[in-house]
Design a protein around this ligand. Structure first.
Ligand SMILES: [Zn+2]
Length: 585
């Protein structure tokens, strides 16, 4: 029986087995499976226990629903996912073979923004009850609650938000923002989700949120993967065809959707720049695998009930348009993956193109200033008595600001296990040396970098990294890792291993050991060694003389001169500032 097949491999380790279940019970009263959101007339969001109970009952009642766990969350609870397949076939190989579109929906990455939790409960119930149509060529995979630690930590931590009555907290159980964790992977949740990405390779990824920032009339705003950065046929297709189709369909459903209103520092009536989502963000991460991603952001000041309904409508839109365009979506992505074989240049960073924009019809409220009752100083407010509709520029084009040529392969000594573990979890094809091998490779010297002053998401993030490549001969050992670039994860590999990329493993402190010099010298002893070295090495002596002539401060600093000789001597350690991921050109 098809429904006894397991959907994802992780069912195996979750211990959750698909069971034979009745088909939709004909004539079942429509009052069954009322959600806490509906029961409270749109004022409450479901708790973790309520959500889990709801989906378990749904699974037990409908053969079209299955459940499993994507590993453990940091909170120590299994991280559940729920699937809908109209023919009850959950086998991922069958789904792939039949060319069915897989839509992965994530909720509660920020549990203070729970709209997607309640919208998806109704969505999957209505799909199971055949109240809404999920076409046969679409399979839904929903993570009901992603940040379980945050979901359990309920309160009212978003004072600007119009409901629900109580809701979870942004940080997970270790106080991490999971929507900054997609490359550094500190959280168990991230490891589980990336494993899921690797196994199911979704065609569309959705990550439901609620906005902050300015006031305006729109209930739903949409952050789409930046299309230039997504690039290739998929980026162009998303920008020219698929995203516009969502706006059109949402309009039919009664929603004037606009792009996510990004500029927080000013009122939006003069337009804004598209949000730039580097790979640390969910949609930026998806782009590394050439996956179209959307981050719906409902407007915080709209009532919770309206926001959930808008989220439900957008999920329906994506399902409908996805089903209609499934063949094209599959084709453009397959073409981009095939084109990787001949792609050598990779963009590591982007900047907004301030000369190009699209025009969007924005329904805002006039912003003005009045004296604050708190400070007596001018404060911003939005005047609801003065709504306006006007065209504003939306700067949604980006241009490369940093590009690198990919090597043939990267070589990583086997000591860097945490990097290898992330690579494996992301489906990277890795080989190992079966014997010791001496090779000529390119090694980067880390010339300069800046580090944030205070911890950012548990890390002292590095930025503005500057390197100099150099050719060296190095002995690798049996078991060291060889990562060829002729593979589907090519972009993930380059953007995580090139140390100047903004979200490289280097930036996230994976290689900080190399940033500290380990040995030194006592000056009174090294004086004699340095003097001997200078006698034997006329080139070094000349370099020192020239530096003294050109730099009077240096000429007056005995310690600096001794250090100059030391750093050019055979005694100076090779590992200091040498980036330990090597490029085979
Ligand atoms: Zn959010």
């Amino acid at each position: 029986m098809k429904r006894q097949l397991l959907f994802f491999i992780f069912l195996l380790f979750s211990g959750v087995m698909a069971k034979a279940r009745p088909q939709a019970k004909a004539g079942a009263a429509d009052t069954s499976f009322i959600t806490p959101f509906e029961r409270s007339n749109g004022t409450k969001t479901a708790t973790f226990v309520e959500t889990l109970d709801f989906y378990k009952k749904l699974r037990d009642s409908f053969a079209t629903i299955s459940m499993g766990d994507a590993g453990l969350s940091d909170a120590g609870f299994p991280l559940p996912y729920v699937c809908y397949s109209s023919d009850s076939d959950f086998d991922k190989d069958n789904i792939k073979k039949e060319g069915r579109l897989v839509i992965l929906i994530n909720n509660d990455i920020h549990p203070g923004e729970p709209d997607g939790v309640d919208a998806c409960m109704m969505l999957l119930r209505d799909a199971a009850k055949r109240k809404i149509k999920v076409p046969a060529n679409v399979v839904l995979v929903v993570i009901p609650m992603y940040n379980l630690g945050g979901a359990l930590n309920r309160g009212r931590s978003r004072p600007n938000q119009n409901g629900p009555k109580s809701y979870g907290f942004r940080g997970n159980s270790r106080n991490l923002d999971l929507n900054r964790d997609f490359i550094k992977c500190d959280a168990a949740e991230t490891i589980g989700l990336e494993d899921m990405f690797t196994k199911i390779s979704p065609d569309i990824f959705i990550d439901n949120h609620v906005s902050d920032g300015a006031d305006y009339q729109h209930v739903m705003t949409l952050l789409a993967t930046q299309h230039d950065k997504l690039g290739g046929e998929t980026g162009a297709y998303m920008y020219n065809t698929f995203t516009p189709s969502l706006y059109t369909d949402m309009k039919k459903r009664g929603y004037d959707m606009v792009p996510y209103v990004n500029d927080f520092d000013k009122t939006p009536e003069s337009g804004w720049r598209e949000f730039y989502e580097s790979p640390r963000f969910s949609s930026g991460y998806a782009a590394l695998f050439h996956i179209m991603a959307y981050v719906p952001e409902t407007h915080m000041l709209k009532p919770f009930k309206d926001r959930v309904k808008a989220t439900y409508a957008l999920m329906q839109s994506i399902i409908k348009e996805g089903a209609e365009h499934a063949g094209e979506i599959k084709k453009v992505r397959a073409n981009d993956l095939a084109a990787l074989a001949n792609q050598n240049k990779f963009v590591l960073d982007w900047q907004a193109d301030t000369t190009r924009y699209d025009s969007i019809l924005f329904k805002g409220y006039e912003g003005a200033y009045k004296p604050s009752e708190v400070s007596g100083l001018p404060r911003l407010y939005y005047d609801h008595a003065k709504p306006f509709t006007k065209k504003v520029p939306f700067y949604d084009h980006f241009v490369p600001s940093k590009t690198v040529t990919a090597p043939t392969a990267y070589i990583i000594p086997k000591t860097w296990v945490s990097v290898i573990s992330q690579m494996r979890n992301n489906g990277v094809n890795i080989r190992r040396f079966n014997k010791d091998t001496t090779m000529s490779v390119t090694a980067y010297h880390i010339d300069n970098y800046e580090t944030v002053q205070h911890p950012y998401e548990k890390h002292y993030l590095h930025k503005n990294v500057q390197v100099t490549p150099g050719n060296i001969s190095i002995r690798f050992y049996a078991g060291d890792y060889y990562i060829p670039l002729n593979q589907a994860a090519k972009r993930y590999i380059v953007e995580t291993l090139e140390p100047t990329a903004p979200d490289a493993f280097f930036a996230w402190n994976y290689f900080d050991g190399i940033l500290q010099q380990k040995e030194g010298y006592s000056a009174y002893v090294f004086e004699d060694i340095a003097a001997k070295l200078l006698k034997e090495d006329s080139v070094l002596k000349k370099q020192l003389d020239e530096k003294r002539k050109s730099d009077p401060v240096f000429a007056a600093d005995a310690g600096a001169q001794l250090d100059f000789v030391y750093k050019r001597s055979p005694y100076f350690e090779q590992s200091y500032l040498r980036y330990p991921v090597y490029r085979l050109e």
